[in-house]
Design a protein around this ligand. Structure first.
Ligand code: ADP
Ligand code: MG
Length: 241
């Protein structure tokens, strides 16, 4: 994307949520989106996911130009169903469906038959190591299990991009690390691009690239995808050394 801007409201109530954002994310990469509350992280994810319309700029997904000062794709719902997977802070599973149907519903919406959709959903749950919980409803799942079912759902349509808004926020650090490791594995094995909003310092070492937002602008690309992921360690030299 280049030159992407988004404001809400007008006049004295105007908020510039995104200002002139340029960013490239490659297949197989996990990019972290960091920044204080209100800096525009969720708005950026929603723009990339074609949920929020920007005011200007340019966006391409694979070989398709999706937005060039206006949407160039008429069926945005189809685009989302075919190419984009969302994972939220809380798993957002449908409470009255079991784990298999929570995943399968994405496929039936995309036109799959129910039987095939449930078979693929079961495979995905097994891939994410929650196959044994496939007939549990969300209330019966632990936080980590629910989040893995939500990731299975985000993956069901083999998306090109997975957008995750604080996916580990509701988990303890060990379960958060498992979820992040799964996202990495998906990026590599499924050749998806993964963009994850996080506040969690402990997962910085699991990111290929970090984009830092402040007041709607990118302030730093702290690490380029050219260098392999490594934890950021800042050592303050002891006085006199
Ligand atoms: P973050 O996810 O980094 O906390 P957001 O993207 O949610 O930030 O919000 C960025 C700015 O845009 C904030 O000032 C927020 O109040 C504003 N904003 C976000 N969504 C809306 C909306 N639908 N209507 C009005 N203002 C919004
Ligand atoms: Mg947010």
């Amino acid at each position: 994307m280049k030159g992407i801007s988004k404001h809400f409201g007008e006049g004295s109530t105007r908020v510039d949520a995104l200002i002139d954002i340029a960013m490239t994310v490659n297949a197989g990469e996990v990019v972290g989106l960091l920044g204080p509350s209100g800096s525009g992280k969720s708005t950026l994810l929603n723009v990339i996911g074609a949920i929020v319309e920007p005011n200007e700029g340019w966006m391409q997904l694979d070989s398709d130009i999706v937005y060039d000062n206006r949407w160039l794709i008429s069926d945005l719902r189809r685009l989302r169903l075919d190419k984009i997977g969302f994972v939220f802070q809380y798993h957002n599973l449908l409470p009255f469906l079991d784990a298999v149907d929570n995943v399968a519903i994405v496929l039936t919406l995309a036109g799959w038959r129910r039987k095939e959709a449930r078979e693929r959903a079961t495979e995905l749950l097994e891939y994410l190591q929650v196959g044994h919980r496939k007939n549990a409803v969300p209330a019966e799942l632990s936080g980590g299990e629910g989040q893995r079912v939500a990731i299975a759902r985000a993956l069901a349509n083999k998306p090109r991009i997975i957008l995750a808004d604080e996916p580990t926020a509701a988990l303890d650090s060990e379960r958060g690390a498992i979820v992040m490791d799964l996202l990495r594995k998906l990026a590599v094995e499924q050749r998806a691009a993964i963009i994850v909003v996080t506040h969690d310092d402990k997962i910085l070492g699991r990111l290929d690239k970090i984009v830092h937002l402040r007041d709607g602008r990118i302030v730093a690309d702290l690490r380029s995808s050219a260098s392999p992921p490594k934890p950021i360690a800042v050592e303050v030299p002891a006085a006199g050394s």
